[in-house]
Design a protein around this ligand. Sequence first.
Ligand SMILES: [Fe+2]
Length: 407
Amino acid sequence: MPDAADVGHGPTYENHTMPRYLAVGDIPKKRHTAHRVTPGYKNEGIYYEEVVSTHGFSRAYSIVYHVKPPTRVKKVEPAGAWPVERVEQSALRHHHLKTGTIPAKGDPVTGRVPMFTNADVILWRCRPSEPQAELFRNATADEIIFVHRGSGLLTTHFGVLPFRPFDYVVIPRCTTYRIDFANSPTPPDLLVIESPGLVGFPPRYVNADGQFRLGAPYCERDFHGPTEPLVIDEEQDTTVVIKDGDRLTRYTLASHPFDVVGWDGFVYPFTFNADDFEPITGTIHQPPPIHQTFDAPGFVVCTFAPRMLDTHPDAIKVPYAHSNVESDEVLYYVRGKFGSRRGVEESSFTLHPHGIPHGPHPGTIAASKEMTRTDELAVMVDTFRPLYLTKQAMTLDDANYPMSWLE
Ligand SMILES: [Fe+2]
């Protein structure tokens, strides 16, 4: 059978890099051999291997070992559709949306509200008000869940992963999961980046040996995967809602899917905290790619982390005006005061689309002159194809924002 990469369709990942190898729990010495257990399901004497691969069988994969076969489905039923309604804009312009007060609703999955979309990415905001009702699995997209507020546990068939504020929680496609928040007076608040292409790391951060270079803004120690297996060996009907594109399907499994005694490989959920991003600074302004955190087909994710500002005596310490040629630039403002913008607040989005300039707001160049550092934290998503606002985003749009540079 040819590899998908050989047949000339789908995205290419020539330079894409994935997380490092991890091994968790109990795995046999050699892959695809009997992983023995007594008596085992139906006295067959083995754990059941499942290969979780990407890009067909061509790219990163993990091999997991279940107590029972992962294929024991009792019922399959449609569970509706989740269309993302994009709005055609009659004019090319900048946008500013304040999303900090969108109503809390639903659970960490059903409460997601789409904001921006194109063929390569969907950006969602989520302020859940209820515990996750059913297990969830995104069959066709990786998810990067940026935790603006809240801490808790991501439970998956790879094990349990704690998360905390300002974590990026990266969940590879086909990971069955639930998200539980710890009790807190601060309601949980999420930015969800859904990527039909594989999420990985910028290849320029990785040396020929597969290790993050010394000059990269993070290293292996900053990434956290599951450390122990999770074995729920229960013969009980368990529903999983599976999303592939807009379509939702409810599977009723005969046993709990979190019955994995061990796994190894390069595909697993992991966390990276934005405060572990090591900013790169200079005597003069450094360009946006130095903030890059993740790489995916059609877009990049960048972290604007607290950092020292430029030290040249004549340095202009806020970004120069720029026209984003072949790029639509979304900023999600997380924490602190954003030096180059006026009027934005925590949970604001700005979208500065392709082909028209944007830059520091009036007064911000002078205001930054004596500053030596910035405490801003923001997440940027730059797409290479135009983004569309959704119907929900348009209700939050400030139509006067394009004129906000006048005075
Ligand atoms: Fe910009």
